[in-house]
Design a binder for this molecule. Sequence first.
Ligand SMILES: [Mn+2]
Length: 371
Amino acid sequence: MTTGHPAIQRAETHGTWIQQAEQQIDTKRAKEELERMRAFGLEPAESIRDRNITLFNRVPVGYGHFGPFNPARFLEDMRELGGQDVVFIGAPYDGGTGFRSGARYGPQGMRSMSGMQRGFLPDFGVDLKESLTMVDAGDVTVIPGNLEKSFDQIAKALSYAAERAVFPVVLGGDHSIGYPDVRGIAPYIDGNIGIIHFDRHADTAEYGLDERSHGTPFFHATNIPNAPPANLVQIGIGRSTGPRPMVRNARERGTTFITMRDVERFGLDRVVEYALEVAWHNAKAVWISLDIDVVDPAFAPGTGSPVPGGFTSREILRLVSDVAKEGILGMEVVEVAPPYDSSDVTSLLGAWAILEVLGTLVQARKLGRVL
Ligand SMILES: [Mn+2]
């Protein structure tokens, strides 16, 4: 065959040249960088084979962090965690998603949309910067193809924050991370943990497609001895709660559903009152889990499993801050999926839910320096 091109000789290709050239490039700086990253990012969970992978990702590439959650500053050396009031932790894992994935970009989205405020919250008479020392830990290094290893990493990261007594705000990620979040903190709580869970879905299945998933966090979390289902209150449930076993498991375990119809009938104030009563009953501390899909897709379209008929953004900001007024041990915002978002409104709402909870905690003198 005559093409006008020379015949290919393996030794003469650019491909072969690349293979040879790579070994000539120095690795000195990369090795130095790796040592620094290992020191700053801490040892990974036991299950991670490659011990060069760190617990917190210090490498500023990928879908993770581009600047801190405002107005926190980025904490590069995680050995310095301790003594601060709040730590933001990204958990960019969405391998538990069954329908539309994309929540791995949630931390990036919420951090980005936190950028247009500076911490002054006039509604609360609070300036977060004056009352709180806040750091952003960046993202936990998750293992995209392995949910259980990602859980081990996330649980270890939360344990680290709990051990160092810094209030964690977890930026999800899909809802699968709700389980390792509680698992990581639970050993550090001397008593029962109540969970206030905002969601259209119950997320109480044991498995989804043979594995744990974003539909299973509260089955597994409520198997933790000091996170009993009697203290799990699930607000906003209804219409599409998820597969039927979720409802059966919730019933058999005795979790508390408050549906959107209940909200209409009893109103926001009664719902807050009742949720606090259930979550705090014989409990030492309460965790807030906000699935952004509890908000109507009209206000929060950027999520993987949208369900029509949820809260307005005004209602959820009110609810999530009101349930924090008696103090909480931490919170997570999950299922923000920027690829489906419109003008970043869902990321914006997720960021504001966090800011308003912090405002409530400062105003109620439950966190930080009291002015
Ligand atoms: Mn949900």
